[in-house]
Every structure is written in C-alpha cells, then in structure tokens.
Design a protein around this ligand. Structure first.
Ligand code: ZN
Length: 165
C-alpha cells in the first residue's frame, strides 16, 4: 500500500464541521440532527447522519453507519488508525460498536447528559481509544436543542425529549 502524504493539514474543527454538515442533512429530513465522519490518514472515508426515522431502525445512529461504511471502505473490521468525529457524545450502543472496531480516536462535540456512554459505570471503550470532547460543542448542541424546541412548538410530546434520536 502506498503511503499517502496529506496535501493539507486538517484541524479537529475542520472535520467536526464536516460532521455538523451531516447533522444539518439529518435536520432537513426531520431526523434528530446528529452527524458523524470517520477520518483515516487525514481523509474522510465515511460520513453519515442519524436516520432512525427514515430507516425505521433504532440502530441507524450516525456513528453506527460510519463504522460500517469505514470498515467496508478499508476492507477490514478494525479501525485502529481511524478517528470518529461526531456532533454528540456517543450512546452506549455506539461506544460499544466503536470498541469492537478498536477505533483509534473519538472526537465528539457536545456532552449527552442523558444517554451518553459516560453514564455507564464500567469502561465501554477500547483501552487504546483516545477521546477528545468539546470541539465545536456549542454549535453542535444548539442545532439539537433547536430541533427539540421546534418539535415541542409543533405539538410534540415531552416524551420525545427523553429520546435523543
Ligand atoms: Zn448511538
């Protein structure tokens, strides 16, 4: 395999902004606006947004889709050299999927106080997975808060608030 030298250096903010673009695509479809990208060697190899309503699939979180797509792209199930960028703290399901994939690094924007993986007492992630949080947190959480605010205005019930995706 030829070693690729990145032509440009991309920052954490650059890739998080790409994940946020995915969240906006989810919003346009009436989905809870959460987006993710997976980066390998400074190149985006997978991008996705939450599609649980569209696909009638509770597992269709942005992270799950990017993990599947990245493994398919690389032709191997382990993502040890990859970085997952996601606009909200992963849930327990997605954190466990990232652990199975032995993902190298997770960068998430906003904390999820209700459903985030850190709510679980035991360590979910692979011990070698590095975690960075807070990148563009206010931008990424604002879009989610506004989504729920608008849904309430449209007559949504409070119970929706309890289900983040
Ligand atoms: Zn999830």
């Amino acid at each position: 395999m030829k070693e690729q030298v990145p032509k440009r250096f991309y920052s954490e903010e650059y890739f998080m902004n790409e994940a946020l673009k995915e969240a906006h695509k989810a919003l346009a479809k009436g989905e809870v606006p959460i987006g993710a990208v997976i980066v390998s060697n400074k190149t985006i190899i997978a991008r996705a947004h939450n599609l649980t309503e569209t696909l009638h699939d509770v597992t269709a979180h942005a992270e799950m889709q990017t993990i599947t797509a990245a493994a398919s792209f690389l032709g191997g199930k382990y993502l040890t050299e990859c970085v997952l960028y996601v606009t909200l703290e992963p849930c327990v399901m997605c954190a466990a999927a990232a652990a199975w994939a032995q993902i190298g690094k997770i960068v998430y924007a906003a904390d999820d106080e209700k459903r985030g993986y850190r709510m679980v007492a035991y360590p979910l992630l692979h011990p070698k997975t590095e975690v960075v949080s807070g990148i563009m947190a206010s931008e990424c959480s604002r879009i989610i808060k506004e989504f729920f605010k608008n849904r309430r205005k449209l007559g949504g019930t409070e119970s929706h608030e309890q289900i983040p995706r």
